[in-house]
Design a protein around this ligand. Structure first.
Ligand code: C2E
Ligand code: CA
Ligand code: CA
Length: 567
């Protein structure tokens, strides 16, 4: 424990007050435990502090004094490198002065007329202990890059702040950089370090002169306990601006999660909640700030429930796989070409749960491969079943999560899937979301290469939602681009979106990769896509994802119409 390790020397307290009676009273209270020295006005106080910056453990400072006010003394102390770390307790009878003094960097205040002497003694003792803790750690417990505290000291200190200062009511905030590993990968570590340094400096500046502490944990995780801010957007905007200033050519986005203090809050738990809020907006550029609220608390409970129920769900066959057809629209009429396997969870008590609610959750907890293995197996069995019953091949795409891609057994697992079901490699296609490519480009490209070499087709899913640059695209080993749904939504009414889609289609043509447009719902959208040269369409226009029985009917209808299935 840092504080108990402190050097045992008699501590010296400077008492500054223009009224003799006040000096006498405080002196009498402190004398027994401390060496006391005195000043009668601000100027004398500054002189004495300046002479003895190393020796003073605390200054007790009257605010209203002739000549130089306590505010001025405080301000000058905080501007001076040597004086600024000496803690100051402000003595005042004026409520409004307390706040200003705290904002100027006072550690605490004592109201006149003075409280019972035990209370004064206790507060003096706490402030000194806190400040000694703070200065002792200053060399050993800092994160060198950002200049902030490290994780372990941060929490230890926070516990202490909350215990000694139950009236402080500090909020917790967590700040992250969106896709920081990509920032590092694309611009170099040195650049990344400069960004971290800048954020550290900006947070320090923000906290200066107020209560609160900050730390950098690993990588890009910054943690702060600070006095309540009316508008956290302002704080975030300030930090963002500092970052923008030093990186004019690179877009770096900060995101922030906040847990505002309420009675009974524990510092650690507050931090967890701020962290959860921050994680919730990961990848959401429209909303860089999230304040933890009742809705999030419910969401956390819901998530916990889903995590608890996963095992039973697998054992009790609550998961099923639906299939959504993809149509080739360059034929007239369009022809059923393949299908995407999409999981559905029919929970006995919660009803149908959307994959959007549990896929990212299981991904973040490292549980996704349980779900994905199940879907792959079902999809492979389904493709084999269609082959057997209808004598046709409808290739089925399955979704791969990030964790699957980096599973060293992936190739082995997929090979077995094909062998066990008597399929060809071309019967199962693999969809990998674009953002996975940018997160870990090199490793992922290696895996994709290996999968393609043995005969799998790899589709880049949600193209346009991630960060791949055009030159990356030209060297990427992919067989199909799946355009993100957001591009399609407004193509009928928004000229820019339409042009963008046409541009993507042109690029794909240049690269000689077919494009699947997802989320197509209307005639108008289909028409634009067909004219632009889009090959395949998946969307409600043709069909929602269907349970296997209904997909059978769809195939039978196509067969009865005498259409070739598939092309
Ligand atoms: P995704 O891979 O982009 O799948 C397409 C999503 O778009 C599906 O949502 C589908 O139902 C929906 N969709 C298709 N056509 C339309 C349309 O015309 N309009 C609209 N508004 N939506 C349409 P779903 O099934 O809710 O899945 C959501 C996401 O969950 C998927 O996005 C995928 O990322 C993930 N997912 C689903 N099944 C699996 C799985 O088995 N494994 C993994 N790892 N992820 C899965
Ligand atoms: Ca997909
Ligand atoms: Ca998609």
């Amino acid at each position: 424990m840092i504080i108990t390790d402190r050097i045992q020397k008699p501590r010296k307290v400077l008492i500054v007050d223009d009224q003799e009676i006040n000096r006498d009273v405080l002196g009498a209270i402190l004398e027994e435990n401390y060496v006391t020295v005195y000043a009668e006005d601000g100027a004398e106080a500054l002189e004495k502090i300046n002479e003895d910056t190393e020796g003073l453990s605390l200054v007790m400072l009257d605010i209203f004094m002739p000549k130089m006010s306590g505010f001025e003394v405080l301000r000058r102390m905080k501007e001076d490198e040597r004086m600024k770390s000496i803690p100051v307790i402000v003595l005042t009878s004026d409520k409004s002065a307390e706040l200003e003094a705290l904002q100027l960097g006072a550690a605490d205040f004592i109201t006149k007329p003075f409280d019972a002497y035990e209370i004064i003694l206790a507060r003096v003792e706490r402030i000194i202990e806190l400040s000694e803790g703070r200065s002792l750690i200053s060399s050993a417990e800092h994160d060198r890059l950002s200049g902030l505290y490290n994780r372990s000291f941060f929490f230890e200190y926070a516990e202490r702040l909350f215990t000694y200062y139950p009236d402080l009511h500090l909020d917790a905030a967590v700040i992250n950089i969106e896709q920081f590993h990509s920032v590092n990968a694309l611009n170099g570590r040195e650049f990344g370090d400069r960004i971290l340094e800048t954020i550290g400096g900006a947070i320090k500046l923000f906290l200066e002169g107020s209560d609160g502490i900050a730390a950098r944990f690993t990588a890009d995780i910054f943690a702060v306990y600070c006095v309540h801010q009316k508008d956290y957007h302002l704080l975030l905007a300030k930090l963002q601006k500092k970052v923008d200033n030093i990186s004019p050519n690179v877009s770096i986005r900060l995101r922030m999660g906040v847990k505002e203090w309420v009675s009974g809050d524990e510092p650690l738990l507050m931090f967890d909640h701020a962290s959860a809020a921050c994680n919730m907006i990961r990848g959401n550029y429209q909303q860089p700030l999230m304040i933890y609220d009742e809705g999030m608390r419910k969401r956390e409970l819901f998530d916990q429930r889903l995590l608890n129920d996963l095992r039973t769900a697998v054992e009790d066959h609550q998961f099923t796989v639906y299939y959504q057809p993809k149509y080739n629209i360059q034929c007239e009429p369009p022809v059923l070409s393949s299908a995407e396997a999409l999981i559905r969870w029919k929970h006995p008590e919660l009803g149908m749960i959307s994959p959007g609610d549990f896929i990212p959750l299981f991904e973040s907890k490292g549980l996704i491969s349980i779900v994905d293995s199940f879907v792959w197996r079902a999809a492979a069995e389904q493709a084999a079943d269609w082959k057997n019953r209808y004598g046709i091949t409808i290739p089925v795409s399955v979704n791969l999560s990030r964790a699957d891609v980096f599973d060293p057994l992936l190739v082995h697992r997929l090979k077995r899937l094909i062998d066990d079901n008597g399929l060809e490699y071309s019967d199962i296609k693999l969809e990998i979301t674009e953002s996975a490519y940018t997160d870990n480009a090199r490793e992922l490209l290696d895996v994709v290469d290996r999968l393609r070499k043995i005969g799998f087709e790899v589709e880049m899913d949600d193209f346009g939602s991630g960060y791949s640059s055009l030159n990356m695209l030209s060297s990427m080993p992919i067989d199909v681009l799946k355009m993100d749904m957001k591009f399609i939504r407004n193509i009928e009414h928004n000229e820019t979106d339409r042009r963008l889609v046409e541009l993507i289609l042109d690029i794909a043509k240049l690269l000689k990769v077919p494009v699947v447009a997802e989320g197509v719902e209307t005639d108008g959208q289909l028409d634009i896509l067909r004219k632009g040269g889009c090959d395949l369409v998946q969307g409600y226009y043709f069909s929602r994802p269907l349970p296997p029985g209904e997909f059978d009917s769809l195939i039978e209808k196509e067969l009865n119409n005498g259409k070739d299935v598939p092309i």
